[in-house]
Design a protein around this ligand. Structure first.
Ligand SMILES: Cc1ncc(COP(=O)(O)O)c(C=O)c1O
Length: 376
């Protein structure tokens, strides 16, 4: 069987498409499925793109990304995140998504296993399968804030384990792994020579405490670091992400994959991303904080069980009964679009996004309250 026959289309995009269809039919849908900030891309970034167009920067570039952008990313990572990669250790790709795919494709061979912690982002298993690997899902517990425990991780490790994926801040839970948990994962990986692919695309969107990277905890040759401007700078449509590693062999493979699959990413977007490295996004984080406080207060008021989101822009809450039925009926009866936890391999939960205005969130949460009274 071909690997693509083993994967399903992205469930989150499916729900989003259904909601958009209802909207196009004129229905008053409150769409809480969005995996993207609702702010416009900051003006300095847009201006840099216009300038690139006017200067005629519209041709192929180095497939790793233009040196100016890789230099800017290297500086930005060091100054803002205390993460150090030289421009030669960075490959720019089409969003965090392609960076992750490049990472899996560069290290996996037939039958290699990759440990994922559920709830998990929908594309990891698909990308691993496409790279001929095998996803091994470790289910974390709500009671533990969806953080993996050492015995849970160890019970999933086999001689075929090639990598562990860490996603903190987490989509869909909004959770952040504490330092002890990050260290525990790093220790297991370091002792057994397992790669850690760290997906830190939500690292700027942290509302409590500080983001802690896997960088510095995992041995240099085992760490594959992924980030993107999509969520941090409201640039989802520009498709600029990057993967960085100090492992020279892995880096070489990633460069080869990038060059044969896509060549460089859009040249204009690369110039724009240089400006992103210098654009302050604190105002977005402040706005998200207000929205988070709003949805959290509503969830408390309604007596919903949920994980208090410390990062990203999602509220992941428990439902009584089948989550897929909950989401289908919530959309049909109250015109609120949400994503079932099953899409993230965590049935019994539902994800709503607070990357929406307070007005929209007010309307959405009111409708959810009315609906919950009838969903038993
Ligand atoms: C956890 C996680 N990783 C990676 C991505 C990919 O982001 P990008 O739009 O940069 O490809 C997303 C997007 O939803 C995500 O939620």
């Amino acid at each position: 069987m071909h690997p693509t026959d083993l994967i399903a289309a992205s469930k989150t995009l499916e729900v989003d498409a259904l909601a958009k269809k209802l909207i196009s039919e004129g229905k008053d849908v409150v769409n809480l499925t969005a995996g993207e900030p609702d702010f416009p891309t900051p003006r300095p970034i847009v201006e840099k793109a216009i300038e690139a167009l006017e200067k005629g920067y519209t041709k192929y570039t180095d497939s790793n990304g233009i040196p100016q952008l890789r230099e800017a990313i290297s500086r930005y990572l060091k100054n803002k995140k205390n993460v150090e990669f030289s421009p030669d250790e960075i490959v720019v790709s089409n969003g965090g998504k392609q960076s992750l795919f490049n990472a899996f494709a560069s290290i996996l061979d037939s039958g290699d296993e990759v440990i994922l912690f559920a709830p998990l982002w929908v594309s990891y298993p698909a990308q691993i399968i496409l790279s001929r690997g095998k996803p091994v899902v470790v289910k974390t517990k709500f009671e533990n804030g969806f953080m993996p425990m050492k015995d849970e991780l160890l019970s999933a490790v086999t001689e075929n384990t090639r990598a562990i994926v860490v996603n903190s801040p987490n989509n869909p839970s909004g959770g952040i792994y504490d330092y002890e948990t990050l260290k525990m994962i790093a220790q297991v990986a370091n002792e057994r020579g397992i790669f850690v692919i760290t997906d830190e695309v939500y690292d700027d969107l942290v509302y409590e405490g500080m983001h802690k990277s896997m960088y510095g905890l995992v041995k240099e040759e085992l760490l594959i670091y992924v980030n993107a401007f999509s969520k941090s700078h409201s640039m989802t449509g520009w498709r600029v992400g990057y993967v960085a590693t100090k492992n020279k062999d892995v880096k070489k493979r990633i460069s080869k994959i990038q060059s044969h699959v896509a060549s460089n990413i859009n040249t204009i977007a690369q110039y724009a991303a240089i400006a992103a490295c210098e654009t302050d996004n604190a105002y977005m984080v402040e706005e998200f904080k207000k929205r988070r406080a709003f949805v959290v207060s509503k969830a408390r008021e309604y007596g919903i069980e949920f994980l208090e989101p410390k990062g990203a822009f999602y509220l992941f809450f428990k439902v009584n009964g089948d989550d897929e039925e909950f989401c289908k009926r919530l959309l049909a009866e109250k015109l609120v679009a949400s994503v079932p936890g099953s899409a993230f391999e965590m049935p019994g939960f539902v994800r709503i996004s607070f990357a929406n205005s307070l007005e929209v969130l007010e309307k959405g949460t009111n409708r959810i309250r009315e609906f919950m009274a009838s969903f038993k």
